[in-house]
Design a protein around this ligand. Structure first.
Ligand SMILES: NC(=O)c1ccc[n+]([C@@H]2O[C@H](COP(=O)([O-])OP(=O)(O)OC[C@H]3O[C@@H](n4cnc5c(N)ncnc54)[C@H](OP(=O)(O)O)[C@@H]3O)[C@@H](O)[C@H]2O)c1
Length: 392
């Protein structure tokens, strides 16, 4: 058998094994023959924490000895063990000696005492032989010190395997660490002629069931979902995750300059919604607070909500990925103010004619001023197209 074929087969085995992991354990002895394979399996494990690790990054870890996976793990909800410690415990539970093993991890092991002790120290104590990390951790509390500590202890270190995939996995965490603000993904469901609602406000539903369920996956992986008061008044959305199972609901945020929101709005059900206003109004704020919501006043010079300052504030509140589902006015404001990183557009094969556009943006006099994006991914979801496009 050619080695590439064998690698593929092994990888398929690894994928199935990873899919089996409910108890954090790779139940069969999967073989790993390259760093790429090891990190790929670790990334699959990391994806299991897609909805749960926040505000921590999603990290997967695989421990390999004599080409066999002897331990594996992924980051548990905040305050619980990180992936490396999960994998070390898994190997110990299964009676394996990890000394001299190779550890594949999707993010540099931490070197600081946070809610849990440093993973780098746990690996050193376990006397592993080599650590392969997909990317360094830009967290200023780590930033190379985890790898340096491992090297100083005589452990061989490699960094930069499947780097791009690892960055995508933690795009929000990296954004918060590097820029102090979340990765902002703006979702829109539109007709092929780019319309998101009829003139009378009707927009339910433009896309099909599959696209709407897919939209809930993106909601679920975000730390927070943001909308505008126009959408709340028109659609009365719940702004939660219903179409898929998740143990954690994202924080709901409504931009409502003048606190027009009704106390009966569905986005307020259950408490805990953040309402961002442009001016203080104690009379309107009190009942909202009494219902368990937070009102934040953050005005810009024109008396609207200061959206850029809000992004920084959400970064401070450890929001990694922010999911926006708003109407064309707030969408336009967010884009104009440079607050958006990525568009998640579901395009239905329909034409709505002259109606509401996706974004309220000013007319341009010259093509020089057009906003440029790159298509990151295009995929058919049911009858619709899903486009992920990133601002350059
Ligand atoms: N198809 C889709 O994907 C989709 C998704 C969501 C909504 N929709 C449709 O969109 C329509 C609603 O659109 P919309 O544009 O009226 O609603 P919106 O964008 O959700 O909210 C509009 C409000 O946002 C506020 N806003 C905008 N820029 C602001 C800024 N810089 N600072 C503070 N506040 C700002 C304004 O409120 P203030 O006046 O209080 O400042 C404005 O009235 C509905 O028909 C809904 O069905 C479609």
């Amino acid at each position: 058998m050619r080695s590439a074929e064998r690698q593929d087969q092994l990888l398929t085995g690894a994928v199935h094994a990873a899919a089996d992991i409910q108890t954090l354990t790779v139940k069969i002895l999967v073989e790993i023959h390259s760093d790429v394979q090891g990190i790929r399996l670790a990334l699959e494990l990391a994806a299991k924490g897609m909805f749960t690790t926040t505000p921590n990054p999603r990290v997967g870890c695989v421990i390999v000895k004599e080409n066999k996976v002897i331990g594996s793990g992924y980051t548990q909800p905040v305050g619980h063990a990180h992936a490396e410690v999960q994998a070390l415990n898994d190997a110990a539970d299964r009676g394996f000696d990890v000394s001299g093993s190779t550890v594949y991890v999707t993010l540099e092991p931490c070197s600081h005492h946070g809610r849990t002790p440093p993973c780098a120290d746990a690996l050193i104590r376990a006397r592993v032989g080599r650590v392969v990390a997909a990317i360094a951790d830009p967290n200023p509390l780590v930033s190379g010190q985890g790898l340096a500590r491992l090297e100083a202890a005589g452990i061989q270190v490699t960094c930069g395997v499947l780097e791009q995939e690892a960055r995508e996995m933690n795009i929000g965490f990296l954004s918060r660490m590097q820029r102090g603000k979340p990765w902002v993904r703006m979702k829109s469901a539109a007709s092929l002629d780019g319309m998101t609602a009829l003139h009378n406000g009707i927009s339910q539903w433009i896309t099909g069931d599959e696209a709407r369920a897919d939209g809930h996956y993106w909601r679920a992986r975000a730390c927070a979902i943001l909308t505008g008061i126009g959408t709340v008044m028109e659609d009365d959305p719940q702004l939660n995750v219903r179409a898929i199972d998740t143990p954690r609901q994202p924080q709901r945020i409504v931009i409502d300059s003048q606190l027009q929101i009704s106390q009966h709005a569905r986005v307020l059900s259950g408490g805990g919604t953040l309402i961002v206003a442009a001016q203080s109004n104690p009379e309107k704020e009190k009942p909202l607070r009494d219902l368990g919501h937070e009102v934040l006043v953050l005005a810009n010079a024109s008396g609207k909500v200061d959206l850029a300052a809000l992004m920084q504030e959400l970064g401070r509140r450890q929001i990694n990925e922010l999911h926006v589902e708003a109407g064309f006015k707030l969408n336009g404001s967010l884009i104009r103010e440079g607050c958006v990183d990525e568009l998640l557009v579901y395009l239905a094969p329909t034409l709505l004619g002259d109606a509401q556009r996706m974004f309220n943006l000013p007319a341009l006099e010259s093509l020089e001023h057009k906003k440029n994006l790159t298509f990151h991914e295009v995929k058919q979801i049911g009858a619709d197209l899903r486009i992920l496009a990133r601002f350059i």
